[in-house]
Design a protein around this ligand. Structure first.
Ligand SMILES: [Zn+2]
Length: 642
């Protein structure tokens, strides 16, 4: 409809231009010229209106689809896939259905386009055509230049996501200096070989596993800057420690994957296969190259031995052998089920109970003759029974060592290998076997000190992540609950601003600006809550008056106040999205006041809260809620939970 208006206005403008041209000689042109000015203004106004309209639409899309891999986003993507899917095909031979038939029909159709039937054709000998110069021809075949590649990247839209785990082009732009070489190499390789590397179809993440430590650090830096900064490379303050951010959301983090552990987990897959795929060719090759000393991945290897290894093998030895934080995470994550005992190390593997004999009897291990002995070599079958011959010099067995020895013999008494059985490796209490995912989980539990937060906090965070609000508001709410917002008191604590006066609330200038003050107790903010409460038919002053206001300091305290003051349907809607909505609006208005010197207008803020709330409820509910905007503005309590 708006497009029609633009066309109409442009048409009018054109006809007026013709008139101006016709009348120019008659000197009667002034009035027409004025009309033309009016028409011109009309065109620009309409264009402006259309732009605004589109912007509005885009905003709706953003809220609805989110710039996130949400379930909803993917269901939209799936829908699109289904629309692009060919379920049946009408051909001259009738309707075709089924994947195979449709595939072969399409294949043959295009195949026929690329085959040439043999027939006699006239030749074009003797005709002169325009021919490209040699330089021009070479130019056509020249490899891509860095600037050309950059230009294409810059011409592309930033926001479109290439897939659930890929990076958008905006990523390449922001991190151009860092990824430039890889992108150029990637394009050059395609130019030379004409084949896209397989990783291109997976995602850039596939390149990370092979990354050395400095690259991993660089990646973490980019992730960090992305979260806290503007991505422009300037160092920003990190408001929550990276370790905490890597925590799962239910533990108070953002569930960001620690790429270093992810890398270790991926590498350890080779370690696991090394232990289990003894018949694989690559294992035999390793044995051929490095000899039989390969038995245990966990062995400490001397530096000189390590330097003889190939890079790949060295990395695997380091990942699966070197204690990480004083802990041989890989070796200690594997337990064995004793069969014949020909692939289990008596001391080092965990095959009796929950830990290795090396850890259970460190003093005995210290003096044993064969630290790398296999179970099968630590005893022998005689007179139809198994007797243990653990290689420890009996003359040493006095005092504490003798006590240890007796205990070990007691443990071994009823244990014997099973001649027909096969030794089996078990990955960390997991009957399903080894997986990169399980290895990552193992690293996570080993390295993550359990976060110290209250049950109440975790409960509220859980509710927040589930709330029907846009992702950026969830992120705001997460910082709000964790106390990681740059309020003046926090900035003052961190030494960013100096002097007690600088930490005063920018709204009232009376008290320090901390979460409990800015988002509830401040005189200027109370008005907003008062209005929001009365919008839901409640008296804020009475409720606040009956609570101990001095105890409200943190975001959690504010939530506790709401929890105690509300009930029923209103309570559930406040926790589903009203509190993030109100706090987010307060924060935005506070920031415009501080940075753009806007006025603090309660009526305006309230109107914004109501209309944003309407946007969220109508768009994010995916049309499930059939209420009118007027009803929402007049009586929200009736609109929720319908
Ligand atoms: Zn204040």
């Amino acid at each position: 409809m708006l497009d029609l208006n633009v066309d109409k206005a442009v048409g009018e403008l054109n006809s007026l231009d013709l008139m101006v041209a016709d009348l120019a000689e008659d000197g009667l042109v002034d009035s027409v010229r004025r009309n033309r000015e009016v028409a011109s203004k009309e065109v620009w106004d309409t264009l402006f209106l259309r732009d605004n309209f589109l912007r509005q639409k885009a905003r709706c899309n953003w809220i609805r689809l989110g710039d996130t891999n949400s379930k909803f986003f993917h269901s939209v993507m799936k829908g699109r896939f289904r629309r692009n899917n060919i379920a049946s095909l009408i051909t001259p031979r009738g309707r075709l259905e089924g994947v195979e038939d449709i595939k072969s029909e399409i294949f043959n159709h295009f195949k026929s386009r690329f085959t040439e039937p043999m027939e006699n054709r006239p030749t074009l000998d003797g005709l002169n055509f325009n021919v490209l110069s040699v330089e021009d021809r070479d130019l056509l075949e020249a490899p891509f230049q860095v600037d050309e590649i950059k230009e294409i990247v810059w011409l592309s839209d930033c926001d479109k996501s290439p897939g659930p785990d890929g990076f958008p082009l905006g990523f390449l732009k922001k991190c151009w200096n860092f990824v430039k070489d890889d992108v150029v190499n990637f394009v050059q390789e395609f130019y030379v070989r004409g084949v896209l590397p397989r990783s291109a179809t997976a995602s850039f993440l596939a390149l990370i596993p092979k990354a050395p430590k400095c690259v991993l650090e660089e990646i973490i830096k980019i992730q960090r800057n992305f979260l806290w900064g503007d991505g422009g490379g300037s160092r920003k303050m990190c408001w929550v420690s990276w370790d905490k951010i890597c925590l799962r959301t239910e533990e108070g983090g953002l569930g960001v994957k620690n790429v270093e552990w992810f890398n270790l987990a991926l590498m350890s897959k080779w370690g696991w296969r090394y232990l289990n795929d003894k018949h694989a060719i690559w294992f035999k090759l390793l044995q051929f190259r490095y000899g039989s000393g390969l038995q245990s991945l966990g062995d400490v290897v001397s530096k000189s031995t390590l330097s003889n290894y190939s890079l790949w093998w060295r990395d695997i030895r380091l990942v699966c052998g070197t204690p990480l934080g004083g802990h041989d995470w890989f070796g200690d994550s594997i337990s064995c089920k004793l069969g014949r005992g020909n692939s289990i190390l008596f001391w080092k593997h965990c095959w009796l109970g929950n830990s290795s004999l090396k850890l259970l009897f460190p003093r005995l291990f210290e003096v044993c003759s064969f630290p790398n002995a296999l179970v099968i070599n630590c005893g022998l079958w005689e007179n139809g029974g198994w007797s243990w011959k653990v290689g420890v010099d009996s003359t040493l067995l006095v005092g504490e060592l003798l006590e240890d020895w007796k205990e070990l013999i007691e443990i071994l008494k009823d244990v014997k290998p099973c001649t027909n059985g096969v030794d089996k490796l078990i990955w960390w209490r997991d009957v399903g076997g080894f997986s990169v995912r399980n290895a990552f989980k193992r690293l996570y539990t080993l390295n993550m000190a359990i976060s110290n937060g209250s049950d109440f906090r975790f409960c509220e965070l859980k509710r927040l992540w589930k709330a029907t609000i846009p992702w950026k508001v969830k992120l705001f709410g997460w910082r709000w609950i964790l106390g990681a917002l740059p309020t003046r008191k926090e900035l003052w604590h961190r030494g960013v601003i100096l002097g007690v006066e600088a930490s005063l609330c920018p709204l009232c200038d009376l008290e320090e600006e901390f979460v409990g003050h800015l988002f509830l107790k401040c005189g200027k903010v109370k008005f907003i809550w008062k209005e929001v409460f009365s919008w839901f038919g409640l008296d804020f002053d009475v409720l606040l008056g009956s609570s101990d206001i001095d105890t409200i300091v943190t975001g959690e305290d504010v939530l506790l106040f709401l929890l105690n003051s509300l009930d029923g349907r209103v309570k559930s809607s406040f926790f589903a999205f009203i509190w993030p909505l109100v706090c987010w609006s307060i924060w935005n208005a506070r920031n415009s006041l501080v940075f753009e010197h806007s006025n603090w207008n309660v009526v305006e803020i309230l109107l914004l809260i109501k209309s944003i709330g309407w946007d969220w409820i109508s768009i994010l509910s995916k049309g499930n809620i059939d209420i009118s905007r007027d009803l929402w503005f007049a009586n929200p309590a009736n609109c929720i939970g319908l």
